[in-house]
Write a protein of this length. Structure first.
Length: 304
């Protein structure tokens, strides 16, 4: 499954970059594809795999890890800013781009490809109770603080959370969705969920930006090292301390190793916070993660 998934990833990424270069599709195509994934494929994946999840206290570790890594990333980015003298907007971009992982759009299909179907419900827990809530709270706070906007109120944060389609799918999956729905429902949802990987990678290929000025290479290198290497390395002892084992531990580390969330970078770009750096964190991060993610899986699957 992993080889097939990576072949599909590279193919769709290459097609997206080719279509962008040839201007074969409208400029808004990437945004449209991302919305299809958000409103259709992600909820379908949640409805397919979450009902198979048996809730217990061990899942708390999956929920807590992204929040603990947020504290670590805040400390490390602040240290890097002090040592290297990064500008205020660069500091803000590193804060959200290191903290917020692409644990759904790329995380779900990559976890499924590298660890199998049984691992995907754990990825949903990590993403929905960790990364998504961090985006809606910490991410909005950083954007507001460093872009000069008014910090979001609690009501605004809750309203943003309430408008997130996969959250409603998660609630439905936990409360009402049977583990084995009728075949016509189950097969339809799985086909929609399976469409997520090619659509996401095509959208990434259409929007990926790799150009960067020389002065932005240092923060880019530090940001990528923190996101792809340091955060998953920290997730290993955190997983041990939280009592995670086996597949849950592997998912916890692999989701922590995902590249920067596209939505986080888009927020920074829309608020004119180091836009080239934000775009490069996404572009280079996705390309490098095609090497680092299988490497982390190989490390995690080594016999103790």
């Amino acid at each position: 499954m992993a080889f097939d998934a990576f072949a599909l990833i590279l193919t769709m990424l290459g097609l997206g970059m080719l279509f962008a270069r040839l201007r074969a599709l409208p400029e808004t195509s990437a945004e449209v594809l991302n919305r299809v994934v958000l409103y259709v494929c992600l909820p379908a994946a949640v409805l397919t795999y979450v009902p198979r999840l048996h809730l217990d206290a061990s899942l708390i570790g999956l929920m807590a890890t992204p929040w603990l890594l947020m504290l670590a990333s805040w400390a490390l980015v602040s240290l890097a800013t002090r040592v290297c003298g990064f500008a205020r907007d660069v500091h803000a971009v590193l804060l959200i781009c290191v903290t917020l992982a692409n644990s759904s759009f790329i995380g779900y299909p990559m976890v499924r490809a590298l660890l199998g179907d049984a691992a995907l419900p754990y990825a949903v827990v990590y993403d929905q109770f960790g990364t998504f809530l961090l985006l809606s709270t910490f991410g909005l706070y950083v954007i507001a603080r460093y872009s000069g906007d008014t910090p979001p109120t609690a009501a605004q944060v809750l309203a943003r959370i309430a408008r997130f389609p996969p959250l409603w799918a998660l609630l439905f999956a936990l409360l009402l969705m049977p583990e084995q729905p009728p075949s016509w429902i189950g097969n339809g949802l799985k086909q929609l969920a399976d469409a997520m990987l090619p659509l996401v990678m095509l959208a990434v290929g259409l929007s990926i930006r790799l150009r960067l000025s020389r002065e932005e290479l240092t923060p880019l290198g530090i940001g990528l090292a923190l996101k792809l290497l340091v955060m998953p390395a920290l997730a290993v002892p955190i997983s041990w301390l939280l009592g995670l084992q086996g597949t849950m531990l592997q998912v916890n580390v692999l989701e922590s190793a995902m590249p920067t969330m596209i939505t986080a970078a888009a927020l920074a770009i829309s608020h004119r916070l180091a836009p080239r750096l934000a775009a490069a964190m996404v572009g280079y991060g996705i390309l490098l993660s095609l090497v680092t993610l299988p490497a982390w899986v190989a490390v995690l699957q080594q016999p103790a």
